[in-house]
Design a protein around this ligand. Structure first.
Ligand code: SF4
Ligand code: SF4
Length: 332
């Protein structure tokens, strides 16, 4: 992603002193190497996400629909009605700061807008302007601001820097879950076709092949066969995995990275060895090549996408008549 990688000395030189200006008056500069590239329009199109087009984060014009403000504010209203948690999280933060130094993106960047409390405030300030009486009357005095193009760009930059790890929520005395705020902010941006390609293309791949790497069933089988060769070379014992076997007791789904790249491949070989012995003890396990992603990349896009990408799992479990076993990662 970054063309120039800073040296270790530069990397540990992180300035945690806040800027002299208040957060609303500190302009956001989209830094190369920090932002991710825009979602590929083909990937957006594949799953029917709105406004697929070529655009670049450093462009002035992000090619948004003309009524983008209306789309976002309507989307926010809809989500405030549907998600009680969102409404509560928008209203109850007391700015105690307990979460401030818990985010690794703040620790690693020194950028105050990466503090969970301030990340949430990026959305909360717009909520306050349109949905609270004090915000409507007193505006900036009570931390309210209008949704402008610059605010939207700031959302995109910071909400896609949150990995939705939920670490900050563990430290919040009110249980505010900034990851959930991030998820909903991204839902709003996806209404305008604002995604990143680290997410958009894995989502499209999951929808097409059942896993984010785009591995097709026959390739999946080949890869596991190759691991069995390796295990046999080292141990003299060859595991004999089965695939999509109807009636097996357990249908196993693992993150596709485990069958594709090191060090995940060692985990997959570990599973094969483990299952070989468990099967000798009476457990009956089969691997799924169709529901072949233990993660759920829909989690990084919207609740709707989460459901769509999850659909192959229950259907695979249902059609095989098996119990489920899911080794989860990345939103899984
Ligand atoms: S959920 Fe987001 S804001 Fe909270 S600690 Fe994780 S990355 Fe940071
Ligand atoms: S810990 Fe919770 S209440 Fe305190 S500032 Fe963070 S989000 Fe707000």
């Amino acid at each position: 992603m970054a063309d120039e990688v800073p040296n270790p000395q530069e990397m540990i030189n992180i300035d945690h002193r806040p800027p002299a200006t208040g957060w609303m008056d500190t302009p956001t500069v989209l830094r190369k190497g920090i932002y991710c590239y825009a979602g590929n329009p083909k990937s957006l199109e594949y799953v029917g996400l709105p406004n697929p087009r070529q655009w670049h984060p450093e462009d002035d014009d992000w090619k948004l629909p003309e009524n983008w403000v209306e789309i976002v504010l309507d989307g926010l209203r809809d989500r405030l009605d549907r998600f009680r948690s969102l409404k509560i999280f928008m209203d109850i933060c007391v700015r105690c700061g307990a979460c401030a130094d818990k985010c690794h993106y703040f620790i690693g960047s020194g950028d105050p807008k990466n503090m969970p409390v301030l990340r949430a405030e990026l959305l909360r300030s717009v909520y306050r302007k349109d949905y609270s009486l004090a915000g409507k009357i007193l505006g900036k005095t009570v931390g309210a601001r209008k949704l402008t193009y610059q605010v939207l760009k700031e959302w995109w930059y910071y909400f896609f820097q949150c990995s939705e790890c939920r670490r900050c929520s563990v430290f919040c005395p009110y249980g505010i879950d900034t990851a959930e705020i991030t998820i909903l902010a991204r839902e709003l941006m996806n209404l305008l076709g604002l995604n990143i390609d680290w997410i958009a293309t894995p989502v499209a791949n999951c929808y097409r092949t059942g896993n984010h790497l785009g591995i097709q069933p026959h390739a999946y089988v080949d890869m596991l066969d190759f691991f069995c060769d390796e295990i046999e070379d080292v141990t003299g014992v060859r595991p004999k995995p089965t695939f999509n076997r109807k009636g097996a007791e357990i249908l196993f789904i693992t993150p596709s990275g485990d069958v594709f790249a090191d060090p995940g491949t060692y985990t997959a070989m570990g599973y094969l060895i483990l299952f070989h012995y468990l099967e000798q003890m009476g457990l009956d396990i089969t691997w799924s090549t169709y529901a072949s992603e233990g993660g759920n990349f829909g989690f990084f896009t919207s609740h709707e996408m989460m459901k769509r990408l999850n659909a192959p799992r229950p259907s695979a479990w249902g059609s095989s008549g098996s119990w489920a076993a899911n080794a989860a990662t990345c939103g899984g």
